[in-house]
Design a protein around this ligand. Structure first.
Ligand code: GUN
Ligand code: ZN
Length: 442
């Protein structure tokens, strides 16, 4: 390699781990790239130049940050999270419908005030970075200023974020309701303002079927046709009471209607759509999600915290028709921001559904798996040359018990699995967005 000086190159030395393919589908050897003593080189624009062995990459004049003893992995991708629920994290409540009414809705009403939205957006982004998350698919509230506040905060640090204004025109407090026309006009204006401005991506965001009228869902279908390049995010089949409610509201659309049929009816499935939860989906729904290339956000912390149920992980991944699976915290339905903690709970849920996933499969879900589910894997999620250099520095020995645990058994598998089971924000020594440090010390 040429001397780094003058080209703005910077190097980071440590153990490199990233994925080139899906370890649930191909062998782990083939899916993953691991370099025990590696060097990640990033250019002045914040793009990956190379990721390889230290012995081959070091060049005279290259400024190198020494992260030996730590793992460098692509920034975590949280595919489902609500920034306006930051202040009600860990609210003591019942299951999801009660929790929405008692905790989430009253807090979201406060986002009519832009100054409040700005303050929370700032806390939220800092918390994501403290936990190593560099991209998230984010629900704002029904208020357009909540979207502006969020994207402005993300733009200030050049973070790649997917977000959108919630659309809901029934079954919520008056302060959180729009109308079909307002949802259309406001979403369109926000798409025109934000989609692909810098690293921002817009996502059409119907809250979930019960809070939209049929007229609104039709409008959202029209927006999807008008703006095929934007994302779409919503909730599905989280809780038995919610599912019964959907059947009572939309049962006339078709005999034996399933929850997924509602979104399908209005043209909301397809590549670019990510559905959260799906805990109680039927086999035929999983089939339809797979064939329509609709992705699923597995939210184990939320599903446990709100008592929603256990995602049948292995049914979702069944090889004849695998659904694109990703991992998410669902803060504030989920009670922590840490994707390592999401892996901890997700592993246990998978175990209860047959068997746990491997540490490499877990790290895939939290990185490239999320990028693929969002259709952003050509930009983020791995260290392939040209990718945007969002990465996290993980210390597998951040706490005394982790250091002790790894004294005698310190393989890559031990390090990854103990990070999954014991790790959290304390494991994150630094987080980099587009090559710039946004958390931690160099
Ligand atoms: N269903 C509809 N809205 C929400 C929400 O904000 N959180 C969760 N977990 N489920 C929902
Ligand atoms: Zn949610």
């Amino acid at each position: 390699m040429d001397a780094g000086e003058g080209r703005g190159l910077k190097g980071y030395r440590g153990t490199l781990l990233h994925f080139l393919d899906d370890p649930f589908v191909v062998g782990e050897e083939e899916a993953c790239a691991h370099v025990a003593d590696g060097l990640l080189v990033v250019d002045g624009q914040g793009r990956v130049v190379s990721a390889g062995p230290w012995s081959q990459g070091a060049a005279e004049g290259l400024e190198v940050v020494d992260w030996r003893g730590c793992l460098l992995v692509p920034g975590f991708v949280d595919t489902h999270i609500h920034y306006p629920q930051t202040a009600i994290l860990a609210a003591y409540s019942g299951q999801v419908l009660e929790w929405l009414e008692q905790s989430a809705f009253p807090e979201e009403e406060r986002f009519a005030e832009e100054a409040y939205a700005r303050r929370v957006a700032d806390v939220f982004l800092k918390e994501l970075f403290r936990n190593g998350t560099t991209t998230a698919s984010v629900f704002c509230t029904v208020h357009p200023p909540s979207v502006n506040a969020f994207f402005e905060a993300a733009e200030a640090v050049q973070a790649r974020m997917v977000a959108g204004k919630v659309m809901m025109d029934r079954n919520g407090p008056v302060g959180l309701l729009d109308t079909p026309q307002r949802a259309y006009d406001e979403s369109k204006a926000l798409i025109e303002r934000w989609h692909d401005r810098g690293r921002a991506r817009y996502s059409l965001t119907p809250r979930f079927a019960p809070t939209s009228t049929e007229a609104q869902l039709e409008m959202i279908g029209a927006l999807r046709v008008e703006f095929p390049q934007v994302h779409l995010q919503t909730h599905i089949s989280e809780n038995p009471a919610e599912i019964a409610w959907v059947k009572s509201l939309f049962g006339h659309l078709k005999p034996n209607l399933d929850y997924l049929d509602v979104y399908d009816h209005y043209g909301l499935l397809g590549p670019g759509t990510i559905l959260a939860h799906g805990v109680h989906l039927e086999e035929r729904d999983l089939q339809r999600m797979a064939e329509s290339h609709t992705a699923l956000a597995f939210c184990p912390m939320s599903n446990l915290f709100l008592g929603s149920g256990l995602l049948p992980v292995w049914d979702v991944l069944r090889s004849q028709r695998p659904v694109r699976l990703s991992l998410a915290t669902d803060v504030g339905g989920g009670n922590r921001f840490s994707m390592l903690q999401a892996l901890n709970e997700g592993y246990k849920v998978a175990h209860l559904r047959g068997r746990g996933f491997t540490p490499l499969q877990g790290f895939y879900l939290a990185t490239l798996g999320g990028a693929r589910a969002l259709g952003l894997d050509d930009r983020i999620g791995s260290f392939q040359p040209g990718r945007e250099a969002d990465f996290v520095v993980l210390d597998p020995k951040a706490t005394p018990i982790q250091a002790f645990r790894l004294e005698r058994h310190d393989s890559l598998q031990d390090r990854l699995f103990t990070l999954m089971m014991l790790g959290d924000d304390r494991s994150v020594r630094a987080t980099y967005v587009l090559g710039q440090r946004v958390h931690g010390q160099a």
